[in-house]
Structures are given as C-alpha cells and as structure tokens.
Write a protein that binds this ligand. Structure first.
Ligand code: N01
Length: 497
C-alpha cells in the first residue's frame, strides 16, 4: 500500500465533484485528487443508462454557467448527451489527469494529530491511502441504489435489474416484465419497455403527479442563435430559471399557487387514459408537489396499452417465477425491474466517513437527523465540505444552480483558509443547530410536510432534511462568502504526517 499527501481530495466525479476540481484549478491549487469508483466523469448521468433516461430540467438550465453549451440538441437533454457534455467540460478545463477512476473509497477518517483526512481506497484489489488536508464529499444523494425489502426478493430465478444499474446487453424484446415503482426513473423506463415487452406489469404503490413534457428538438436556427447572438442563451436560462422559481414559491410559501399545476396534471391523465377505472387508479391521492412533480407525455398512454397492466394491489412477495400481490394473484415474469430509488438519507457512504469523535456520519445523523450547515459542513467533521449535502435538494429546478452556489462557498472557504493560515475548520454546533431550526421552521408550512405523502425527502426522524425550502437565489446569497465566524478555527502549521 502506498500513501500520498494532497491538499484536497474530492470524492465523486459527477457535476459537483467535477465543478470542485475546476474551481480548485482556477484558484491555482494543483495539489488535489479526484476519486471515483466509475470509469469516467458523469456521476448519476454516467450510471443511469436505462432506456429513455433523460433530464426533466430544461437543457439550457441544466449546465454550468461557466460552460454553457449552445449545441444542446433538444429542449430536455437525454442521458448520453449530458454524459458527453460533462466529460467534454472535464477535458476543456484539463482536470482529467487529476481523476483516479475505478477507485472506491472504503474509509475516510479525520486524524486529529496531523489535521488531515486519511482516506483508504481500493482499486482492482489494490489498496492505497491518501492523506488530505481538506476532504470534499461530492458523491451525490442518488448514487446508492435502493433494493426493495420484499419477501422472497432473492428467490426470483429470472433477471432482476435496478434502474441505475441497467443491463444494456440484455434483450428485453418479447419478455414478460414487471416494473416496481412509479417514480421519476420508472416513468421514463415504462414507456420504452411497453413498446417491446410481451407483457408489462407496472406495480404502483403511490400514483405520481405527472405534467406534460414539452420536449422537442431544437431547430438549427435556434442553435445558431444560441451560439452566435450574444446573451441569447443567457436570456433563455434566465427565463427558465425565473419561471421555475415561481414553483418554488408555491411549494414553500403558498401551496394553493400549485393548483394550475394540478389542473395540468389532471388534464394529462384525462388525455392519456379513457377508461374511468384505470384513470382513477392512476390519479394521485396527495397534494401536487409533495413528491417530485414528474414530466411525461407517454406514461398514461402506455398504461392504457393492451400489453400493459397497472397493478395497484400491494406486493405480498416475490416468488421464484414472479410477483404475488396481497389478493393472492401471481403474475409470472422473466424480468423484474426495480425502479425503487436510492439510499438518500441512509447512504452506506455515510458509514465510511468518520469524524473527530471517532463516530461515523451515519451514526451522528442516525441520532440527530441528517443535518449540516449551509448544506456544506457538519459539526464534528473538520475540514470536510459536502457538495449537495443536507437541505440542498430541489424538486423544481436545476441542481446545477445549487452546486454552483456551493462552489462559490468552496472557493471562499479555500481563500479564507489560505489567508488565515487555518489548519482546522469545524462549524460551531450552535450555528448548525440554529441554521437547521430555521430550515425546519420554513418547512412546517410547506407542501412536502402538509401534502399527505411519504417520500425520500424525509429522514429516519420524519424530518425533511434533503430539500432546500424556498428560493434558490436565497441559497446563492448565503453561500456567496465563507462566514468564518460560524466556525471554530485553528491556525498554525500542521504537524507532518
Ligand atoms: O426513485 P423514487 P426514482 N414496493 O424514490 C417505489 C431523480 N431522477 O429513481 O412512491 C413497491 O422517486 C416508490 O413507491 P412510493 C429525481 O430527483 C431524476 O424514480 O414510495 N414500490 C416509488 O414509486 C428523483 O426524485 C430524473 O410509494 C416501492 C419508486 O419505487 C430521484 O432521482 C430521472 C418499494 C421509487 O421512486 C429518484 O427517482 C430519474 C417497494 N418496496 C431520477 N420501494 C429526471 O431528471 C420503493 N417503491 C427525469
């Protein structure tokens, strides 16, 4: 095993990890490493290769402001194009040589003596250790697939595939397929499988709200304008951004303002499904916005297909040949697709990050709930900045906007560390507590709390600790400058490792 020292170690090479690498380079910091278990940049956009995978945030908003892409081919981009974009940005900004791909972080522990993070990695069976003054955790909340806890799950003798670990070599044509889940992933997969499956059973526990998806290919004249007319693309971004902030207003401050969205979604159901019984089954029973509002034109027409059955009776068990529902019906299938989401508030990654008191992030959050300060720092975990940490998620607009706000905070933090010869930074417990109380206070009147749904937005304590409540420009404002006063700080020269 070899050990190397770096100033900064970034874990995760998705949108946020890549953004962090670019900002470090621009700040003149070259002594850093970026670690990722995958084969290249892209994070969730590298891992989710299921048929129909696409973004539901408009293309021109779903990109870095410092790396605009005038050549998006569609109003909503599909996974291969976003994956290419991210890798293109990595090359343009020359950070690929900083990446260690196919490398898993098995443990990261704070060493008080040297004021460093000690990061154990494994790559193809080879163990290594990296010691870093600063750790940037950029793994993202949607990286660890959640397999459903259903009786008999391991007994199934056919093929089981999770949406985020798609098998593109398998031929799904003519197969009897079951899809468990009706979230953002499932509503993209099901219409594609519906076209090729002999029989497709869609197991729905909670019907989602789905509005039409206004997707189209850009005309060449539009791409010409995005490329050649100064400010045209920025104006497009600004328009999309402003419109989506109105939705944020409805979710946090005035849920009644979401009524037009509900009307749009109901019209979408009526347009896609003629059978009143099926229409009733597909109609959500909770307030619009409580769970992510989805976008699709082909979900409801697919449910109405002859080879598709919407199953709403609860799943009782998985058998060697299929799925048995509570009413005793067994539907035999060749393939089970589990589109059952991710370990967001209970990610196994949290168990591998060990702070100053020798306790893991998982243990700390299990006890206190998932919380941090400005989505970036966690008391007891010095010199560690999380990207897309607690209370930064969004249900309505581009996460890249939030990521760029955090990148501002990261740069400001690094400047403060450098200017003040700071070796240890830990957010004060009182500041973290007050910050989270403010967030929870705002959330009390939100649709996520009062909308009558269960969702992955909530942690094991039942608190919504994944979402940013309110306008994203407020988050941009509070992350503009690193507020050193909120932190306990140690200055001086670190002891050598
Ligand atoms: O996962 P989900 P996802 N038995 O957790 C059901 C982003 N994303 O992968 O609603 C039966 O939303 C569960 O049922 P219920 C986006 O942020 C974005 O779809 O809990 N069913 C639900 O229907 C999104 O929010 C894009 O009752 C079970 C589904 O599985 C996030 O990723 C595309 C079950 C899980 O839905 C996650 O989306 C894709 C069980 N035991 C993803 N367990 C775009 O940009 C779970 N379910 C378009």
């Amino acid at each position: 095993m070899t050990t190397s020292d770096v100033q900064v170690a970034i874990i995760g090479a998705g949108f946020s990890g890549l953004g962090a690498a670019i900002k470090l380079k621009q700040e003149g910091i070259s002594d850093f490493v970026l670690i990722d278990r995958g084969a290249d940049f892209g994070g969730t956009w590298r891992d989710n290769t299921y048929p129909g995978a696409a973004c539901d945030v408009p293309s021109h908003l779903y990109s870095y402001s410092f790396a605009l892409n005038p050549t998006w081919s569609r109003s909503y981009s599909h996974q291969p194009e976003i994956h290419r974009y991210i890798n293109g940005v990595a090359d343009t900004y020359g950070v690929r040589d900083k990446a260690r791909f196919h490398t898993e972080v098995t443990n990261a522990a704070w060493d008080e003596d040297t004021a460093q993070w000690v990061i154990d990695t494994e790559s193809n069976g080879v163990k290594d250790q990296i010691r870093a003054a600063i750790l940037v955790g950029a793994v993202g909340p949607l990286c660890e697939p959640n397999l459903p806890d259903i009786k008999g799950f391991n007994d199934f003798e056919g093929k089981i595939v999770h949406s985020a670990r798609w098998d593109n070599d398998y031929d799904y044509t003519g197969k009897r397929i079951a899809v468990i889940g009706t979230g953002a992933s499932a509503i993209q997969i099901v219409p594609q499988l519906g076209k090729v499956a002999a029989q497709l059973d869609v197991y729905q526990r909670t019907a989602p709200w789905i509005v039409p998806r206004n997707e189209r290919a850009y005309l060449s004249v539009e791409n010409w304008a995005f490329k050649n007319i100064p400010g045209y693309q920025a104006a497009a971004r600004g328009t999309i951004y402003t419109a989506s902030e109105f939705v944020a207003f409805g979710m946090t401050y005035a849920p009644g303002a979401l009524k037009p969205v509900q009307a749009l979604a109901k019209a979408n159901i009526a347009r896609g499904i003629k059978d009143p019984a099926l229409r009733e089954q597909a109609t959500p029973k909770f307030a619009v916005g409580c769970k992510r509002i989805l976008k699709s034109n082909d979900w409801y027409p697919t449910l109405a297909r002859d080879n598709v059955e919407l199953v709403t009776d609860p799943i009782a068990a998985i058998t060697p040949t299929g799925i048995r529902t509570a009413d005793g019906t067994l539907r035999d299938v060749d393939v089970i697709v589990v589109a059952t989401g991710f370990h967001v508030t209970d990610s196994p990654v949290f168990e591998r990050i060990v702070g100053a008191a020798g306790r893991s992030l998982a243990a700390v959050w299990d006890e206190a709930g998932m919380q941090g300060y400005k989505g970036s720092f966690v008391n007891g975990f010095p010199n560690m900045m999380l990207m897309v940490g607690p209370s930064t998620g969004l249900g309505h607009t581009s996460m890249v906007y939030m990521i760029e706000s955090q990148l501002n905070y990261l740069v400001s933090y690094l400047k403060a560390v450098r200017a003040g010869s700071i070796t240890r930074v830990d957010v004060k417990a009182d500041n973290q507590r007050a910050y989270n109380e403010g967030i929870q206070h705002k959330l009390r009147r939100s649709v996520w709390t009062n909308g009558g749904c269960a969702s992955w937005y909530k942690d094991s304590h039942g608190n919504i600790t994944t979402l940013w409540p309110g306008f994203t420009f407020d988050f941009r404002r509070i992350t503009r400058t690193f507020d050193l006063d909120a932190y306990d700080v140690v200055r001086g020269t670190p002891r050598p490792s």
